[in-house]
Design a protein around this ligand. Structure first.
Ligand SMILES: [Zn+2]
Length: 206
């Protein structure tokens, strides 16, 4: 299970300062009254950003591990939330997804680049759509786009801000913003869910 680690550190600062060392989990989320075998369970490494680790705890009675994901890092996608948001912003400012793909993923062929882009669009829009319903007082006039949310929140980057603003909903919001399940794809098979390039960490159960 992933748990929010509230921090203002950027991804670079998190790595430089070894932010995972300061992450603490005072009690077992499954057994808040204590009495279970709850202990620190080391750190695990993420592929990206290079050098990043995530602090982890384990409850032997609940057979569950808990990892503290800092606000700067994407859930179940490599890299930072800012990197994810930069991709979405580029897409929203581009005349087409193909044009955005040509700018963002010059290292791979267009079909692969489009799959990579659409996975991010699908996941982020799913979260934003849910938040419009969950927090109508804030987002009722928004459409599920980064630019729309940015204008309401008045911040440079929406996704790290939403970790705080929508903190209580993170368990139900899909990654890379939230820690909940992947949203249902419209198409049953061959959905973008199955193309999990770059997803990490593989060892975590959530
Ligand atoms: Zn426990």
């Amino acid at each position: 299970m992933q748990i929010r680690y509230a921090t203002n550190l950027s991804a670079e600062q998190y790595v430089q300062q070894q932010g995972w060392q300061a992450a603490t989990l005072s009690h077992c989320p499954l057994h808040p009254l204590g009495g279970c075998r709850f202990c620190k369970n080391g750190n695990y490494s993420r592929k990206l950003p290079d050098g990043a680790k995530i602090a982890r705890w384990y409850c032997a009675d609940g057979h569950m591990s808990f990892s503290l994901l800092p606000d700067c890092l994407a859930s179940r996608l490599s890299g930072s939330l800012i990197e994810v948001e930069d991709v979405l912003t580029e897409i929203e400012n581009s005349p087409s997804q193909e044009a955005a793909a040509d700018n963002i993923r010059i290292d791979i062929m267009l079909p692969g680049a489009l799959r990579w882009l659409r996975r991010r669009i699908f996941l982020v829009k799913a979260s934003l759509s849910m938040l419009i319903k969950l927090l109508p007082g804030l987002f009722a006039d928004c459409n599920p786009s980064i630019l729309s949310f940015r204008s309401v929140l008045n911040v440079d980057y929406v996704l790290p801000e939403l970790r705080q603003v929508a903190g209580s909903y993170l368990p139900v919001l899909p990654p890379p913003l939230g820690f909940g399940p992947l949203p249902e794809a419209k198409k049953s098979k061959k959905s973008c869910r199955q193309h999990s390039t770059g997803t990490d960490p593989p060892s975590i159960r959530c």
